[in-house]
Design a protein around this ligand. Structure first.
Ligand code: APR
Ligand code: ZN
Length: 238
């Protein structure tokens, strides 16, 4: 089998076995918090401290989590594909850095990254290590109190959409894993792949909201189903 171009989309479920909460599963983040209050621009403008506190809690909970077998398997696929003339585009909805820590080199974070902050005034993006607070100033423009998480909130446009749709259009296979398929734009990628005649597969714990749109499906825990699929793909590629 020719190692072609695979477009991978991942969601919160791939980090669940690393100990990070998903959003819509039982006990998920959106059962504990009001999306509008902590993950929207309106919520930030109404009460920035509350939003910064939400993201500080998530940043601190990410501190001691580790990549799991699913993250490592996708990094292994990327490493195995290049020498075979193939190409992997890994687009994640997640804001954690577990794909990178597992060794994936090209990761598109369409919803931003928890480890970075953005200046609400000048847009400067920098890595942020300590807790975010309104007392912090922007290193680029000096504005105090304008540093927000570099995370895409509801109602805001996802990042790198041109690069995403370019890679998706040129893919030979679209694989969506560990996502509920509940949130656009990511939830629309499978339809875009289908209209381009690209084969589609989902690998998930259970059928996603758009399960009916996939040509193929495998169900199971990411730490088992993703490595099994990657091993098959590498074997097929020879
Ligand atoms: N292995 C595989 N899949 C899993 C596992 C697991 N161990 N645990 C949960 N899942 C699946 C669930 O079945 C569900 O389909 O992961 C998915 C998690 O869905 P959501 O909680 O909705 O997370 P996600 O799809 O990433 O949400 C998309 O919504 O709130 C926004 O910005 C947020 O990026 C997020 C977006
Ligand atoms: Zn600034």
């Amino acid at each position: 089998m020719q190692a072609g171009k695979i477009f991978l989309l991942t969601g919160a479920g791939i980090s669940a076995e690393s100990g990070l909460s998903t959003f819509r599963d039982k006990g998920g983040l959106w059962e504990q918090y009001n999306i509008e209050e902590v993950a929207s621009l309106r919520g930030y403008e109404a009460n920035p401290s509350k939003v910064l506190e939400f993201y500080n809690l998530r940043r601190n909970s990410h501190g001691d989590v580790k990549p799991n077998a699913a993250h490592f398997a996708l990094a292994e696929l990327e490493a195995a594909w290049a020498p075979r003339g193939g190409e992997i585009t890994l687009c994640t909805q997640n804001i954690d850095n577990l794909h990178e820590r597992a060794g994936s080199r090209r990761v598109i974070h369409m919803h931003g990254e928890l480890g970075k902050v953005r200046c609400h005034d000048c847009g400067d993006i920098t890595a942020a290590d300590g807790d975010l607070s309104l007392a912090l100033g922007c290193a680029a423009c000096g504005r105090i109190g304008g540093l927000r998480p570099h995370v895409v909130w509801f109602g805001e446009a996802p990042l790198e959409m041109d690069a995403i749709f370019e890679a998706l259009a040129g893919a030979d296979l679209f694989v969506s894993t560990a996502t509920s398929g509940a949130v656009y734009r990511a939830a629309g990628f499978v339809a875009a792949a289908r209209s381009a005649g690209i084969p589609t597969m989902e690998i998930n714990l259970e059928p996603s909201d758009n399960a009916g749109l996939f040509d193929l499906a495998r169900y199971g825990k990411a730490s088992e189903a993703v490595p099994a699929w990657v091993a098959e793909m590498i074997k097929l590629a020879g």
